[in-house]
Structures are given as C-alpha cells and as structure tokens.
Write a protein that binds this ligand. Structure first.
Ligand code: ADP
Ligand code: GLC
Length: 499
C-alpha cells in the first residue's frame, strides 16, 4: 500500500486572487499550486475578507468555531481557489475581517489598531483546524508565512499532543513584526509559561514575528541572500541575534513566478503577445502603452517603469528625488509609475507628473491589468530597494523583456545578473546594478542602463537572456518539500508519501 500524501496546511494573510496587497499573495498561491503538482495534499487557510468570500468556489457547509479570545460566532468556510482549484478555508468573523476596510487598514486608510488581535484570532482558528478539532482530518505540517501567522508555531507547541503537526515558518519580510504591548499578552490566550515569555518579547512588546522565529521547527527566507542578510544588524531589524542562534534551522528558498499568469505569451491584458524570438509584439505593446498613458509616441524613447509599494523599503523617496534629473538629461526619456503607499510620496509623484506632460504618467490605484501592460510596454524597470527579501516585480519584468535596474540586495542580487563586459559578452547579463542608496548612485545606474538601451543589438541580447531566465516554482516547491521533511524529522516523523 502506498504511503498517504503529506498533508500541509499553508496559512497566510493574503493569497492571490482571493486577496492581495503584495508579493506574499502571489507567492503563497503559486507555491500551493506547485506543491499540488508534487502530489502534496495542500490546503490553504486565510481570513474571510469580502474579496475572498466573493471569489471562493465549491463552498461546502460552514464549520462553527468555539469562542476564541472572547470572539464568538466564528465560522470556517471551506471551498476551492477559483483559478488553481486548491482547497482553501477562510476564517470568518465579519467584525474582524470584512468591515469595509482593507486587509490591514481601516476604511480611512489608517493601520488597524487591532491587527495583532485579528491575526491572533486567525492563528487560533488555524491551530484548531490543523489539529483536526473541526471535524476535519489533522494535518502533518503547518506552513506559516510572515508575522500574521507568527503565533501559530507557538500555539501548536503549547497545545501539542502526540501526532501534532510540525511547523515551518517562512520570512517574507522582517520589517513587519506584529507588535503588541506586553501587558495585552494575556488576552491572546497563548498558554505561555513564564520562562517562555522571553521568546516572544521584543523591546517591551510581544512580537508575533519573533514568536514564529523561536517556535517553528524549521525556518525559511524567500532568497538565500536574504537568509544570510537577516543574521546581520543591517537587515535583521533587531532580530539578527535570534536568526544567528537558529541559523541551523534557516534555509533560503527563492520565490518563483507563475508563468500561467506572468508571461508575455499568455497575458490576456496586453496589446500583443510575444516571446523572446518574436519581440515585435513588445514594440506594439509599447506603442499602445504610450498612447494610453498620454506619452509621446516614440518607439525609440526609453520608457522606464516603476511598479510597487511607495515605501522606504522600495526607495520611493530616492526615486522621487532622482526623477527630475533623469528627465532633464535627455528630452526623449519617459517614465510611468504604478504604485501606492505613503500619501506624501503619492502626492509628490502625481504633482511631478502633472508638470511633465507627455513624458511622465503616475497612477496610485491598484491594478493587476495595468501592471501587465507596463511590464509589456516598458523598456526598463527601476527597482531600488533598501532591502528586498526576494522581489517578484523584477522577475515579472524580466519575463516581459523589461530590463531591471536594481540595488543588489536580498533576492535582487540572487535573481538579476549584472551587465558587466564579461556577462554581456557571454550573453548571461539580465540587468543593471547600482550599489548605494543615494540619488547619485541610482541615477548612475539608470544612465548606464540607458546607454546600453541606445545600442539596439546589445539591448536585444540583454532582453533575450532576461526573458529566458528560469524561475520555476516547481524547483522551489521541491526545496520546500525537503524542508517539510526536515521539520517532520525534528518531531520524530520519518518518511512520507512525497519522498
Ligand atoms: P512586495 O511584496 O514587497 O510589495 P514584490 O515584488 O514581491 O514586493 O511583490 C509586489 C507585487 O505587488 C507584484 O505582484 C506587483 O505587481 C504588485 N503590485 C504592487 N503595487 C501594485 C499596483 N499599484 N498595482 C498592481 N500591482 C501592484
Ligand atoms: C515580501 C517582500 C518581497 C517578496 C514577497 C514575497 O513582501 O517584501 O521581497 O518578494 O514578500 O515573498
């Protein structure tokens, strides 16, 4: 008789297309689909946001949750994701997860003051679900992602009985820690012993992220470089000591991309489909994009794009300072930005665009469709990051033959090959690096990229090697599978059907 497939509960605060604010949603959805292809019995778990309830399919009967942290009337709704058909359960407390605001902000755009409580409730519900307490078979392993799920490894340990699931915690971003005042810890109902408090405490607060890092059986970060970086003061956000102490449990695994969504040969939203051997379609996309965005219709004009959150992490402040110089240097240079975030930066970018008619376009809305069109029609992607755990935008850009200009940190260093004389000659270059976080360094990187852009033969080669870079999820999913096996071995379980 064959061994049953490994049962994994993958818990995240956002999963595409049910809910998304950033790369976590893409990564969790695509990993689940790739694990299914490896015959892992994977089940997703997330909050029942309104967008998730609207999109879930094959909904079964709801399961009632017992009262959690004083919140009564909770339900777990189980169905499938609309695209990949992966089983998914949504924890439903209307007053916590669908009260008209965003995923983490209220209806006025302010960060929700009760985020720790909301995600503590989600973690309690996930723990009960994983332990098989809701009329559902128990899971072998729980895969947690970012601070929202940080309490889950701890809850699994404090409630552990023989046969309890192992846990893996993936760090997508160390900057977001989920902090709550220590004196509010009792309401989270964690069952922590006094001598365990230090494993949760972070400078006078309880840190959900630290709890995840301390209690999970295995840890992963979303790129090998980031796994090293977070053990240093510069990138550890005060948790570098914890990371050093647990470095034997930490592995870097690169995110992949879902090519059934992010590929110029299949994208339904672009003016013409294309691939690395037929770049004419990209020229058509650029023409259409320039027209649509009100930019001067010039096929030779370098069109630089930015897609992402307007935050300190993404060096949006430095980009704002660099842009007037970028535009002033040559009259045909163009720029398009799709992103939202810091309201002061949003306003400043919008104002600058209004002074640069025909040369600059800015949108602060969130639009998957526009993201595809910008990737398809752009020439260069500016992706400065003060830190970057992995970064998906540069991977998407490369697939669409748009050359990334990056600061080589974290996943940017692991995924973009700098255009040096050697790599250009060898045909392996895929992007341009700049080292520092100041405006001059960013501009120097951009200018170097534009000088390559002005040499069509060199540029086309660069585009073709960027487009053939392989970031398949299947390879990463296999790496996760071996971490799952290590985590299971840590709790004494050996040999599974997916070996
Ligand atoms: P992060 O998760 O740090 O924001 P990633 O590069 O991993 O960075 O992922 C960002 C994701 O969010 C990409 O899928 C990108 O296309 C998307 N994104 C960010 N801002 C927008 C926007 N305004 N409209 C559409 N997609 C966006
Ligand atoms: C985070 C990181 C980003 C990464 C994404 C998915 O939001 O900032 O670098 O690509 O998670 O793992």
């Amino acid at each position: 008789m064959s061994t049953p497939a490994l049962r994994v509960l993958l818990c995240a605060s956002e999963i595409f297309p049910l809910a998304k604010t950033g790369g976590l949603a893409d990564a969790s959805a695509a990993l689940a689909a790739a694990l299914e292809r490896l015959r892992v019995d994977v089940h997703l778990f997330m909050p029942a946001y309104a967008s998730a309830i609207d999109q879930i399919v094959d909904l079964g009967p709801p399961q009632a949750l017992p009262e959690i942290m004083g919140h009564a009337g909770g339900l777990v709704l189980t169905g499938k994701t609309p695209d990949s058909g992966v089983p998914v359960s949504l924890v439903d407390y209307p007053h916590l997860f669908r009260d008209g605001g965003g995923l983490y902000v209220d209806a006025d755009g302010q960060e929700r003051h009760d985020n720790p409580q909301r995600f503590a409730v989600m973690s309690h519900a996930a723990c009960r679900f994983a332990l098989g307490e809701l009329n559902h078979a128990r899971f072998d392993l729980v895969h947690c992602n970012d601070w929202h799920t940080g309490l889950l490894p701890l809850l699994l340990k404090t409630r552990s009985t023989p046969g309890s699931p192992a846990s893996v915690f993936t760090i997508h971003n160390m900057a977001f820690q989920g902090l709550c005042p220590m004196d509010r810890l009792p309401e989270l109902d964690l069952g922590l012993a006094n001598d365990q408090l230090g494993r949760v405490e972070y400078y006078g607060h309880a840190s959900f992220l630290k709890a995840g890092l301390e209690f999970a059986d295995e840890l992963t970060a979303v790129s090998p470089r980031y796994a090293d970086e977070i053990q240093t003061e510069e990138f550890g956000f005060g948790l570098e000591g914890v990371m050093q102490a647990r470095s034997d449990r930490l592995t870097g695994i690169l995110n992949g991309i879902d090519r059934s969504i992010w590929s110029p040969s299949v994208s339904p939203w672009i003016a013409a489909n294309f691939d690395r051997d037929h770049l004419e379609g990209k020229a058509a996309c650029k023409r259409q994009l320039q027209r649509e965005l009100g930019l001067v219709e010039n096929p030779k004009a370098p069109l630089m794009i930015f897609i992402g959150r307007l935050t300190w992490q993404k060096m949006a402040d430095v980009l704002l300072e660099a842009l007037p110089h970028y535009l002033a240097l040559e009259p045909d240079r163009q720029f398009a930005l799709l992103g939202s975030g810091d309201p002061v930066l949003e306003d400043a970018f919008v104002r600058l665009a209004s002074e640069q008619a025909g040369r600059m376009w800015v949108s602060t809305v969130y639009s998957e469709e526009s993201a595809h069109r910008l990737h398809a029609g752009g020439d260069l992607l500016i992706h400065g990051s003060r830190f970057e755990p992995c970064g998906l935008t540069q991977l998407y850009a490369m697939q669409f033959g748009t050359i990334p200009i990056v600061r080589p940190v974290g996943g940017l260093a692991d995924t973009v090959v700098e255009a040096s004389p050697e790599t250009l000659a060898a045909g392996t270059a895929t992007g341009i690096y700049f080292a520092e976080t100041d405006t001059e360094a960013m501009l120097a990187g951009i200018n170097r990229a534009i000088s390559l852009y002005r040499c069509p033969q060199v540029w086309q080669r660069l585009q073709q090697s960027a487009m053939q870079a392989d970031f398949s999820w299947d390879r990463s999913a296999r790496a996760y599978l071996s971490i799952y096996e290590r985590a299971l071995a840590r709790i004494g379980v050996h040999g599974h059907g997916n070996r």
